[in-house]
Design a binder for this molecule. Structure first.
Ligand SMILES: [Zn+2]
Length: 107
């Protein structure tokens, strides 16, 4: 499994792995406990987030990480709803969101 990214969620720096074999479990992506670091978590993706489906899968797992880390109690239905809402928001407002992202990243 190849580590392709790390995503910071609160105090956690979550490794993201490319794992095509995850497809054998019928999944595109998964947020789970990291067996290499028992107190940590990881995200596995079937493919890199280079298209809409891949990006949605990655966003979905990030939302699971936020849900778990902050006790939001979104559950699978809530995560799916926010995944759809965020993808639409990103699609419909790229210029505004890029500007906001730059302001947050600069702070
Ligand atoms: Zn899910």
């Amino acid at each position: 499994m190849e580590e392709i990214d790390r995503i910071r969620v609160g105090a956690n720096n979550i490794p993201v792995y490319l794992d095509p074999q995850l497809r054998d479990e019928g999944l595109f992506a998964k947020y789970e406990e990291n067996p290499d670091f028992p107190t940590g978590f990881r995200i596995r993706l079937v493919r890199p987030p280079k298209d809409l489906i891949g990006a949605q899968a990655y966003i979905h797992e990030i939302l699971h990480a936020l849900d778990e880390s902050y006790g939001l109690e979104l559950g699978e239905p809530g995560v799916r709803t926010y995944e759809q809402l965020l993808c639409c928001l990103f699609r419909d407002n790229p210029k505004t969101l890029n500007n906001l992202l730059k302001r947050c990243a600069d702070s």
